[in-house]
Design a protein around this ligand. Structure first.
Ligand code: CP
Length: 304
């Protein structure tokens, strides 16, 4: 595997290998020498807390040199194109470039202008493959398997690269996925990807896992819902809408009191912080897979 741009780039074996590596790396204290002397650049043209911090920490835990660039404050502010920024950074000979950009396809531009392995950390509403990988990892940890689960994804599916990546993940082929939300936020024809779509909030009742999405107002060019208050009343996830034992996931950031009630977000059934925690191991595994696939994960070789 040269790049990770879309979850569709992965065969089932690739997915399993990455998740197994993540499991081996999960909880390892200290750093591994795997990527010593190599450079990992993170290049973010959109806001991020979880993805940017976990990629940076993942690279450091593998002993890579890191360079973290946010578009705000960079020469993008002076009109430099993505292509020229990548050509500039490529002069430092990075082993990997992790890119988040509002434009669909931006990771392909990066791949076309550098020799580095490219990881898509989110391009517009298209793909966020490492989020899907960490979500599958957490589902497997919580349920023993991510197959044969019934996952209800509820909220702003239309603008969600997370939902698209998760639906297309090869491991979820045997899972039962139901998309739930206002008709205006359910993409027409999404059922072609092998899921169901409904605006009936009662559809949550039979799900094992409720995956909540935030309203991505930054991607909305007009009002898709009458008001936030009405959205919350009809689609917000409250304890009253859940049954005992259902697990709650959310890619973050959460908007408390809008798509998710604090009593749900902070409940024992919420896996939201597990998702954040898993992000580190899974992103270490992705960097390992792209850059050091021929190096076995040492079980004991931990550098202080
Ligand atoms: N889930 C996710 O991508 O979060 P950030 O925007 O904080 O990176």
């Amino acid at each position: 595997m040269k790049h990770l741009i879309s979850i569709e780039d992965l065969e089932r074996d690739d997915l399993e290998r990455i998740l197994e590596t993540a499991r081996a790396l999960d909880g390892i204290a200290g750093s591994l020498p795997t990527l010593a002397g190599r450079l990992v650049v993170t290049l973010f043209y959109e806001s991020s807390t979880r993805t940017s911090s976990s990629f940076e920490l993942a690279a450091k835990r593998l002993s890579a040199d890191t360079m973290s660039i946010k578009s705000a404050g960079s020469s993008a502010d002076k009109g430099e194109s993505l292509q020229d920024t990548v050509l500039t950074l490529a002069a430092y000979d990075p082993a990997a470039i992790v890119i988040r950009h509002p434009q669909i396809g931006a990771p392909l531009t990066v791949a076309g202008h550098s020799a580095a392995a490219v990881v898509n950390a989110g391009d517009g509403k298209h793909q966020h493959p490492t989020q899907a990988l960490l979500d599958l990892y957490v589902m497997r940890e919580a349920f023993g398997s991510y197959e044969d689960l019934h996952v209800a994804i509820v909220g702003d599916v239309l603008h969600s690269r997370v939902a698209r990546s998760l639906i297309q993940a090869p491991g979820l082929v045997r899972a039962h996925v139901t998309l739930v939300g206002p008709p205006s936020l359910l993409p027409r024809g999404i059922e072609r990807l092998g899921c169901e779509a409904t605006s009936d909030i009662e559809a949550l009742a039979s799900a094992d896992c409720i995956y909540v999405l935030r309203l991505q107002q930054e991607r909305m060019e007009y009002a898709y819902v009458p008001s936030l208050r009405e959205y919350t009343a009809r689609w917000g996830i409250t304890p009253e809408r859940l049954r005992a034992g259902q697990k709650i996931m959310h890619p973050g950031p959460i908007n408390r009191g809008v798509e998710i009630d604090s009593r749900v977000a902070d409940s024992a059934d919420a896996l939201i912080l597990e998702q954040v925690r898993a992000g580190l191991a899974v992103r270490m595994a992705v960097l390992h897979d792209l850059l050091a696939a021929d190096v076995r994960v040492p079980q004991t070789a931990v550098v202080a």
